[in-house]
Design a protein around this ligand. Structure first.
Ligand code: FCB
Length: 471
């Protein structure tokens, strides 16, 4: 009996050592940062990002506009403080002013999205007025020598499509193809950089697992199906974009480059000596990061989480549908086995690290690790979102400086990063958090819609100027 127990203990220790060796802690030396020494690749994209629904205003035909009117089971409004997106930051009417602000800041690229519900307000009905608006906007970017980086789907759907089940339903793939085709015909002459989807996993997780975003479901099997359909829609859209766009608008010889934007969150076990924490970390990492990323390696999407869901979809050729990959990185969580919680797992920010208003830990080393994670695709990487919601100017400054430093370290280590977009150009509607969380480089007074540059953002301007001066 004693021998058996000793054997078990040895086995446990071996497994713990093995897990620790397989996932070595990334040493991140807090070094003295000297931005004067930085060298970034030529024509590096320095930018800021937004998404249509969060900034434009007037998206009353989107599923989210309906969602905002509903209440959860406890009778609380879905959006904090009962906020409604409404006019948002009125970017629809103020995009010229906003793009000039971006330009004055020193940026040379803008990541934005088009609002599907405005372009296709009813099934099969293309809205030429909305299309003209985006044409004007893209032309204006070209006039200002700002490279547009367009995302087709950033979380919202036309209401009519959400009513048909959105991406739960396989028909959504055809609707997305049609929308992609028309958008490519319209904006292809001005836009070379295209992203099909923003953060498919965040969408599936918040909308179908946690149920705190539209459509508010809690069904992990449906979430898997949504992801499978989105990946197939990406694959089809990649083909359509390449077949439709013939005009090279930025003169680099390539008419279009298509990618997908993946949010990467870093998870580490709270207790490195405790096997159940490792198991939780592996599972949660699979759900958030690996399932979708691995599909692009294996041409097969597998979503298997212990005994809760087993989903598999063959996607032959998927691995050939990335010209670039976008990484959205915000934070790192510690993961802990918790037998008392419904999900058996808890994820929380490390105590020692500073926190943003989202209660996310500030962890620049995580950005380096996220970049390492996608390096294996062998395609250029853009940091399509990274930013902080805070009223603390010094924290904002530190956040920007240290994250750009992490990305610079990655470049020194031969990771092919081609651009960085701060989230966000200006304060906006932060989904379930409403207007209270302010990520912008520019503060927005929602009464007057006046924009004011925030303190603590100068560092970003200096880094950009410094990088440009070496070109
Ligand atoms: C990302 C979303 C973006 C914004 C930031 C804070 O997950 O892509 O729309 O909400 O988080």
């Amino acid at each position: 009996m004693i021998n058996f127990l000793i054997l078990l203990l040895l086995l446990y220790l071996l497994l713990v050592v093995w897990m620790n060796l397989r996932h070595p802690a990334v040493r991140w030396k807090e070094h003295k940062i000297n931005i004067a020494e930085y060298t970034f690749p030529k024509s590096f994209f320095w930018g800021a990002a937004t998404s249509a629904y969060q900034v434009e205003g007037g998206s009353y035909n989107a599923d989210w506009a309906e969602w905002e009117k509903t209440y959860d089971v406890s009778g609380n409004p879905r959006i904090k403080n009962g906020d409604r997106c409404g006019k948002a930051a009125d970017h629809w009417n103020r995009y010229r002013e906003d793009l000039r602000l971006l330009k004055d800041f020193g940026c040379n690229s803008y990541r934005f999205s088009v609002e599907w519900s405005k372009l296709v307000p009813q099934p099969g009905k293309w809205n030429p007025a909305a299309a003209d608006h985006y044409v004007e906007m893209c032309r204006f970017m070209r006039d200002l020598e700002i490279e547009p980086n367009l995302t087709l789907h950033h979380f919202t759907l036309p209401r009519w499509l959400a009513e048909k089940g959105g991406f739960e339903h396989p028909d959504s793939i055809n609707y997305f193809m049609d929308f992609t085709h028309k958008t490519a015909e319209t904006l292809g002459p001005y836009v070379d950089y295209w992203a099909t989807f923003n953060e498919p996993v965040a969408l599936a997780l918040m909308g179908w697992i946690r149920g705190v975003w539209s459509p508010g479901k809690q069904d992990i099997c449906l979430a898997a199906r949504v992801l499978g359909n989105i990946l197939e829609a990406h694959q089809q859209a990649y083909r359509i974009l390449h077949a439709t766009i013939r005009q090279d608008s930025d003169g680099d010889g390539v008419p279009c480059r298509v990618g997908i934007v993946k949010n990467i969150t870093i998870f580490d076990p709270a207790r490195k000596w405790y096997l159940p924490d490792w198991l939780c970390t592996t599972q949660i990492n699979k759900l958030y990061n690996d399932a979708v990323l691995d599909a692009f390696h294996n041409d097969r999407f597998r979503f298997n989480l212990l005994n809760r869901v087993r989903y598999r979809k063959e996607l032959p050729g998927l691995s050939d549908t990335l010209d670039w990959i976008g990484v959205n990185y915000y934070t790192r969580f510690l993961t802990k086995f918790d037998p008392n919680s419904a999900q058996r797992v808890q994820a929380f920010p490390a105590k020692k690290l500073p926190k943003t208003d989202m209660d996310w830990a500030v962890c620049p080393a995580g950005l380096y690790r996220a970049l390492q994670r996608v390096n294996g695709f062998g395609v250029p990487i853009f940091i399509t979102e990274n930013g902080i919601a805070t009223d603390d100017d010094q924290l904002r400054k530190d956040f920007i400086l240290k994250h750009v430093d992490a990305l610079h370290e990655a470049i020194l280590d031969k990771i092919d990063v081609r651009g960085y977009y701060y989230w966000s150009l200006m304060d906006n509607f932060e989904w379930a958090e409403g207007f209270a969380k302010r990520f912008g480089l520019y503060y927005v007074d929602y009464q007057t819609q006046e924009r004011t540059l925030k303190n603590g953002t100068d560092i970003y301007r200096e880094i950009i100027a410094q990088s440009r001066s070496k070109e």
